[in-house]
Design a protein around this ligand. Structure first.
Ligand code: NI
Length: 183
């Protein structure tokens, strides 16, 4: 397995719409393994292929404590086929890609995002077999966050313009300070 290079804003790749995967083959499985490893290395609970600069509809999520790959969910061409319109769930979201420096956890920004409490997702598993799951609460938010990435959407897009601009301004400042570090 290999660690992948995670892109951060304002990398334009994060705003592209990813293409469906035609075949779940060895290449796709290897990519998913590498994404899982990268997600663990950076202490995240989800990662979309878009974030590593690959515009294919692939996401990985792991909300368990094992963190050894055995419980990681790998989804190809995930699609939300049902959304709970009655209840919402709020979570303090962060994102590898909304950080001044990917490997510096203190440079990440978080904000409460309110999303539908439940979703049903249809996807292809690592064998190319079609599956459907219903997710709620954090799992639901994580899937929506990652599927958003495949459509060029970031969690900050769900915030008010005021909050979004504040995060972008802080990010910009953090980035400029980094580039000016003395040795
Ligand atoms: Ni993200």
């Amino acid at each position: 397995m290999a660690l992948l290079n995670v892109r951060t804003i304002p990398d334009p790749v994060l705003r592209q719409v990813a293409k469906p995967v035609a075949n779940v083959d060895a290449r796709v499985r290897k990519l998913m393994d590498d994404m899982v490893e990268t997600m663990y290395a950076e202490h995240g609970i989800g990662l979309a292929a878009t974030q590593v600069g690959i515009l294919e509809r692939i996401i990985v999520v792991d909300l368990t404590d094992e963190r050894d790959g055995s419980e990681a969910i790998r989804m190809v061409n995930p699609e939300i086929i049902w959304t709970d319109t009655a209840e919402t769930y709020k979570f303090n979201e962060g994102c590898f890609s909304v950080a001044a420096d990917v490997s510096d956890r203190s440079s990440r920004f978080f904000a409460i995002v309110e999303r539908p409490k439940r979703v049903k997702v249809r996807y292809l598993d690592h064998n190319g077999k079609q599956q459907e799951i219903e997710a709620e609460d954090l799992y639901s938010s994580a899937l929506q966050h990652e599927i958003d990435h495949l459509n060029g959407i970031l969690f900050i897009d769900h915030l008010s313009k005021l909050k979004r601009d504040m995060i972008l301004k802080k990010l910009d400042k953090a980035r400029r300070e980094q580039s000016g570090r003395v040795l």
